[in-house]
Design a protein around this ligand. Structure first.
Ligand code: R5P
Length: 324
């Protein structure tokens, strides 16, 4: 392991995460590096770092949201450029880790994209990965390098507590998210309910029944991400049928894609969701409907812990009440 400190470290923000990187640099006091990114006429990406990184600890911040392929390729190219410039170590920070949903074969003849992404990052030369609320915990085991899967839900829980919502129940919109929702319910000291979701088609889900009592309760649907909004809209419908009062949505990652010409945000508003509480792992324009918690501070804290050789787990337990 290389010895590092602020002077021997450098932060880079790629296309999706320039704002976060510049805040992280200000908070941590670590120099913000510059990278030139261009596109050739055929769509190929060209990158060039503008700073010497010789024997330094580089922290490269990039979420791999839309356009996922371009953003991921840009990240790989930057890691390659850093390795070829004699960097000491490459720490990649992916506030949002795209391609994580395909973490197993649901049917035969499918790819496991999360494993392929892990292989590609490792082959490119990444030494350590830091991410937030990755779709499933076992993905960290797809890597043979250290992975810190930071729990944004501890930070989201603080925001929810400040909203002071009475008679609150936390709802997992599917079975896959139960343990995540249970952790959130525990942090908020609230009961838990579960929606039974079936995938009816690719990118299309349907709620079948609710497990637990939501009658006359204010509920927060808690998930790792909202994409087209289909999962949430069908959960809201069934929760309302079961007597839920106000319904809020809390997600670590606001992917919010458009499907069949309908924007996810419009679909969610229409469904009766009061507010979305999320993070800026994916940058979106500010508005009253989406409450966005800035992850810059916690990223800066994590980098600082790392370069000072201090425990990230202990810090999270102490400050956010969540284990890593
Ligand atoms: C699925 O397992 C995920 O946790 C989300 O529930 C899902 O990806 C959300 O997608 P959509 O908003 O398109 O239903």
């Amino acid at each position: 392991m290389i010895q590092t400190n602020k002077e021997k470290s450098i932060v880079f923000g790629l296309s999706t995460s320039k704002n976060i990187a510049s805040k992280v640099s200000k908070i941590s006091g670590i120099k913000l590096g510059e990278i030139i990114t261009k596109k050739f006429a055929d769509g190929e990406i060209f990158v060039e770092t503008q700073n010497s990184v010789r024997n330094k600890s580089a922290f490269v911040i990039q979420s791999t949201n839309y356009p996922a392929n371009d953003n991921f390729m840009e990240l790989l190219l930057v890691v390659d450029a850093l390795k070829r410039s004699s960097v000491g170590e490459v720490n990649v920070i992916m506030p949002y880790f795209g391609y994580a949903r395909q973490d197993r074969k649901v049917n035969g003849r499918q790819a496991i994209s999360a494993k392929l992404i892990a292989n590609m990052l490792t082959v490119a030369g990444v030494d350590r990965l830091i991410t937030f609320d990755i779709h499933s915990e076992q993905i960290s085991g797809f890597f043979d390098i250290p992975v810190d899967n930071l729990k944004a839900y501890g930070i989201i829980a603080k925001e929810i507590l400040a909203m002071n919502i009475k008679d609150l129940t936390i709802v997992s919109p599917d079975h896959g998210g139960v343990s995540r929702a249970r952790s959130m319910a525990k942090l908020l000291n609230s009961p838990l309910a579960i929606v039974d979701k079936r995938r009816v088609n690719h990118n299309e889900a349907e709620a079948q029944f609710v497990l637990g009592d939501v009658k006359n309760k204010n509920v927060i649907i808690f998930d790792d991400m909202v994409d087209t909004g289909g999962t949430v809209v069908s959960a809201v419908k069934i929760l309302k049928e079961h007597g839920a009062k106000d319904v809020f949505l809390a997600v670590s990652h606001a992917v919010l894609s458009e499907k069949d010409g309908i924007k996810a945000e419009d679909k969610l508003k229409e469904s009766g969701i009061k507010n979305i509480i999320t993070t800026n792992s994916i940058q979106k324009p500010k508005n009253d409907f989406i409450k966005m918690i800035d992850l810059s501070y916690v990223i800066a804290e994590t980098i600082t812990n790392h370069i000072n050789n201090e425990s990230i787990t202990d810090h999270f337990i102490k400050k956010y009440n969540t284990n890593l």
